[in-house]
Design a protein around this ligand. Structure first.
Ligand SMILES: [Fe+2]
Ligand SMILES: [Fe+2]
Length: 177
């Protein structure tokens, strides 16, 4: 893949920080780059603009945790626009979860739909392949520690458990004569 198309994006903190984020149990950056490579390959075959499709691929899941299966495309599309990407890039990103969420309206949008599905399978096979050596679980544990979103979710869960425990023990005390 010609990296010069995306060199500026790879250096952008919003993209480089995804090295520490967990996505399909692998680093999110690995997923983004897989989608970028598949998009690079598919774009000419599907008559799409390669540069638009590949740039959209690199950004397509930014802030995905703030949305749902069907809405996170719109969130990432907005992030891309805020980063100064042209309309065509956001338009490709918004529908990448099709058939969950909106149907693509451009060729680049279709490239992203196919590339994202292919990359998700590759993410899974990379994870399963690494289970035999223990690499996958080690990386997943490292990501759970480094991902701020995951850390805050774990902290929220722990707080809820503590409150439930306190509630139960207080309840018992109150019932004891
Ligand atoms: Fe996604
Ligand atoms: Fe994705």
């Amino acid at each position: 893949m010609d990296q010069s198309i995306i060199a500026d994006l790879l250096a952008h903190p919003r993209v480089s920080e995804t090295r520490q984020h967990i996505h399909h149990s692998v680093p999110k950056l690995d997923h983004l780059l897989r989608v970028a490579r598949y998009s690079y390959m598919l774009a000419p075959w599907m008559g799409a603009d390669r540069r638009t499709a590949v740039r959209a691929a690199v950004l397509h899941d930014l802030d995905s945790r703030l949305g749902t299966l069907t809405t996170h495309g719109a969130i990432a599309a907005r992030v891309a626009a805020e980063m100064g990407e042209p309309e065509a890039v956001s338009e490709a990103i918004v529908s990448h979860m099709y058939p969950f969420g909106p149907r693509p309206t451009t060729r680049e949008g279709w490239v992203l739909v196919v590339a994202d599905k292919m990359a998700s399978l590759s993410d899974l096979s990379a994870f399963v392949g690494g289970l035999f050596t223990g690499r996958s679980l080690r990386i997943r544990n490292e990501l759970r520690a480094s991902d701020p979103f995951y850390r805050s979710r774990a902290a929220r869960r722990q707080r809820r458990r503590l409150i439930a425990r306190l509630w139960r023990s207080r309840g018992r005390e109150a019932l004891t004569p």
